[in-house]
Design a protein around this ligand. Sequence first.
Ligand code: PLP
Length: 393
Amino acid sequence: MTSSFHPPVRTLMGPGPSDVNPRILEALSRPTIGHLDPAFVGMMDELKELLQFAFQTKNALTLPVSAPGSAGMETAFANLLEQGDRVIVCQNGVFGGRMKENVERCGATAIMVEDDWGSAVDVDKVEQALSENPDVKALAFVHAETSTGARSDAETLCGLAQKYDCLSIVDAVTSLGGVELCVDNWGIDAIYSGTQKCLSCVPGLSPISFSDRAAEVIKSRKTKVQSWFLDLNLVMGYWGNDAKRSYHHTAPVNSLYALHESLVVLQEEGLENAWRRHAINHQAFAVGIEALGLSFVVAEEFRLPQLNAVGFPESVDDAGVRSALLNDYNLEIGAGLGSLAGKVWRIGLMGFASNKKNVFLCLSALANVLTNMNFAANGAKAIAAAEAIYSSD
Ligand SMILES: *Cc1c(COP(=O)(O)O)cnc(C)c1O
């Protein structure tokens, strides 16, 4: 007979999922009620307000899609685009490539603006593409490229979209809750995120928000959205503000309790404090990493505090180090993706996992593992360097 599954207790410092706050796991285990129960509908209304807070927006069309970040991405493209549309897609890592796939599967054309992996999106190249293609419907880019650890200047890019009178579509799966993000002030038209990165909630939901201008584009489509499940015109029958909510699909009731709790936690901490916590833990980690003799792939000004792409010498056994960390320290870090595979580790300091204990754990575990593998890494020096950042804070 098969017995119950009990996962090992890990520390999650990869590119997501991140460690889930026990408060959120406790919320997840509360009794399941009906997805049209008035008590549940009241919770949904609070959830929408909490998401507006997290995104810093008044957008009425703000809700969690009942599926992971990739479904939020698909929701944005499938609802806004129609056959024959043209979209500028910025690619500086894996996720920009997925945006291109989405655009093409909508029967639209992607005009690519490409930058090196590890660089931010080049604002000047984007402006040139916008001026050469006055007919584009949207500009799409990834705010926080989780495949490389680079942050792009979302505020400036969305300003350009407004200047050239097109919509902006922003991937904020890894940025929400970890770095500054202000949907209304930056004039973002469509944004999607995920729950398992800096919100430290369980995976499987995708918060989205659309400006009134974007909502108008969706309402006045000439053709139906090709995805029945993701069609926001239908989803709003359940998530909208009408007194009568109608069944669209069965909401993931308990996961939504968990998201509600994670946003309550974020509200209690305060957005600015959460951004600041991510920044400080990153700084301490970064000086420790350099003291170990390792390096960063992304230039300092573009580094994401929540996702550290750490380069290592060719002589280091990439997979060997990662499995030693997992087996001996219950510590998960991520491998490199795409053109950075085998060249970097992706070390997350996301949400609940962005704390001093994890910074010290990861630095000392890496020092021990590397030293055992004949790469002399001075753990004491790394810890002292990190400690100096905390004590000067
Ligand atoms: C993780 C991630 C996604 C995909 O989210 P899933 O929840 O894995 O579907 C999309 N974009 C970025 C930038 C991500 O980091």
